[in-house]
Ligand binder design. Structure first.
Ligand code: OOB
Length: 544
């Protein structure tokens, strides 16, 4: 098993400790401290479950002992693949307590992605809920465990089928000792990259760095014990997890309320019932909520802050969100690799509507450079590079990708094109790379292309983003076939390959040949240009 590490050069680590950014506290210890400070405060609400800090702490402890009693060994990795349930929070803290490392998958992921993460992480266990939104996650457990014998344990919230029930685990570890403390410089968790150069890469985050990002987020966003944070996006994503998210709400001594679905039908009643004060949304969802809020009979007056991030929020959309939801808008431009930018609570409208915020930490180093790495003047767009106390220095076990993604002196190349204003605020122009940002869900074209090329009748395929008024971007597959196919066949094929639904191409265009660059590489640029110039003529294309 390749150890999970995240290391900063000694001089940087010393500086970050000295400045008080890294405090040597683990995430598991943080919860214990909060539970000691306010055991009877309400910590987590999800479905029928209402846990105080003492309840959550005890539940995490029971799960931690159960995981270890089931044969897992501290340091092993566990894929966590659960919908927004109270038990998700307990599982995550249970893993922290046991010294096990959660790898955060999202509910939309399917067998192809889970198999990839499990193999990359050399995971030993997989935690799921039985069903969610009509899908049976045990089918993924079946196929992934068959392919990967090292994935030796599956724990299921709900009906376990032939696997182990999470409920059973709770009583199993009585008397099993927990590892003493653990070091805060160890890797606490693994986030997944949006996958700019292919399959998602693993992002190991330490207790020290992640907890600093949470603490600083709490400070910048002004969270206190009266905060009631509604989790509407998938809980495992870095945004609702840590910016300030679930961990921030708990750090502040507030309450986390989990909504099973991001739909306003489910979330708006919860805001009223639990008097939620804060929520994080991606832009397309924020627009759906804004429309639903205009018609709702639910009282949303408790809502103070609506955070929007994950993809570019246009000025027009930004203008609508706050008034529609009766709350203050906060833009959040972050990445699972680290750097998070926020607009600040007291900022003037011009900044809140027109920028994606500024770095949250005074120790965040930001460079905006041209194509050859020379810094550009403020006001000029360039590539965003960053380095700091909570930005990773390397992906796990990706020597080649690391050479591309980091400069020699340790700056992370975000792949984003931004403009920095003289006041330090950033305006995001878009991505330099080819990743398609479909309303915040990232699609790596080469991953989907690989699956398309595996079809016996498909000769070649390229996926590019096309502008979409609602999602920001949608995906369009350009396909060269050996025999006649329909767009519906191509889409159905991608679905049968076990990929998340959002990766199924939105449009399919059939071409006799793909355009090529001077040296014979396929030119995505040409395809994008063609798409932008005119949406393909009906004779050439089929859309559904
Ligand atoms: C968040 O994290 P990831 O890792 O899913 O995606 C990061 C990428 C960024 O590099 C950027 O391309 C894009 O998503 N992005 C934005 C944005 N926020 C993220 N692009 C434009 N405007 C924004 N506000 O998406 C994430 C992580 C933590 C907090 C918030 C979002």
């Amino acid at each position: 098993m390749i150890p999970l590490r995240q290391e900063w050069p000694a001089a940087f680590a010393a500086r970050y400790r000295e400045a008080g950014y890294w405090r040597g506290e683990t995430l598991g210890a943080m919860l214990a401290r909060k539970a000691a400070e306010g055991p009877d405060r309400l910590a987590v609400v999800g479905g029928e479950t209402r846990w105080t800090y003492a309840d959550l702490d005890a539940e995490a402890d029971r799960l931690a002992r159960g995981f270890l009693a089931s044969g897992l060994v501290p340091g092993e990795r566990v894929i966590v693949h659960m919908p927004n349930l109270a038990s998700f929070v307990a599982v995550v803290f249970g893993l922290f307590r046991a010294g096990l490392v959660p790898v955060f998958a999202l509910p939309a992921h399917r067998s192809a992605e889970i198999g990839h993460f499990a193999a990359k992480a050399e995971a030993s266990a997989y935690v799921i809920a039985d069903r969610h939104e009509g899908f049976d996650y045990r089918t993924i457990a079946e196929s992934v465990t068959a392919a990967l014998p090292s994935l030796r344990r599956v724990f299921v919230e709900g009906e376990p089928g032939r696997f182990a029930a999470l409920a059973e685990l709770r009583g199993k570890g009585d008397g099993t000792p927990l590892p003493a403390g653990g070091s805060a410089s160890d890797v606490a968790l693994v986030q997944l990259s949006g996958g700019s150069t292919g399959f998602s890469k693993l992002i190991p985050r330490t207790h020290d760095d992640y907890l600093y990002s949470v603490r600083q987020s709490v400070e910048v966003c002004g969270l206190g014990p009266d905060c009631v944070y509604l989790v509407a996006l998938p809980a495992a994503h870095n945004f609702p997890m840590s910016s300030p998210g679930i961990l921030g709400a708990l750090y502040a001594g507030g309450t986390v309320v989990l909504s099973r679905s991001p739909s306003p039908d489910e979330a708006l009643p919860l805001i009223e019932r639990e008097r939620a004060t804060m929520v994080a949304l991606v832009p397309p969802l924020a627009l759906v909520w804004a429309e639903a809020a205009a018609r709702t009979r639910h009282d949303l007056s408790s809502l103070r802050t609506v955070q929007v991030g994950g993809a570019k929020l246009t000025m027009e959309a930004a203008r609508r969100i706050g008034p529609a939801l009766g709350a203050r808008l906060q833009q959040v431009f972050g990445m699972a690799e680290g750097l998070v930018n926020y607009t600040r609570p007291g900022d003037p409208e011009e900044i809140v509507l027109g920028t994606q915020g500024r770095p949250m930490s005074p120790a965040d180093e930001v460079l905006v450079v041209d194509d050859i790495g020379v810094p550009v003047a403020d006001g000029t767009p360039g590539h965003l590079l960053t380095r700091g106390p909570y930005t990773i220095r390397a992906y796990h076990n990706e020597p080649e990708a690391n050479r591309r993604a980091f400069t020699e002196d340790g700056f992370y190349r975000t792949g984003d094109i931004v403009t920095r204003r003289p006041d330090g605020y950033l305006v995001v122009a878009g991505r330099a790379t080819d990743v398609i940002n479909r309303g915040g869900e990232k699609i790596a074209p080469d991953e989907v292309e690989d699956h398309l090329r595996a079809h016996p009748a498909i000769h070649d395929a390229v996926i590019v983003g096309m502008p979409d008024a609602y999602l920001g971007e949608k995906s369009c597959a350009f396909v060269v076939t050996r025999e006649t196919l329909r767009a519906a066949d191509v889409k159905a094929w991608v679905r049968t390959r076990g990929l998340a639904g959002y990766k199924v191409p939105d449009s399919v265009v059939f071409l006799a040949a793909l355009p090529a660059t001077a040296v014979g590489k396929t030119s995505r640029r040409e395809l994008r240009k063609a798409l932008a110039a005119s949406l393909p003529a009906p004779a050439q294309s089929e859309r559904a």
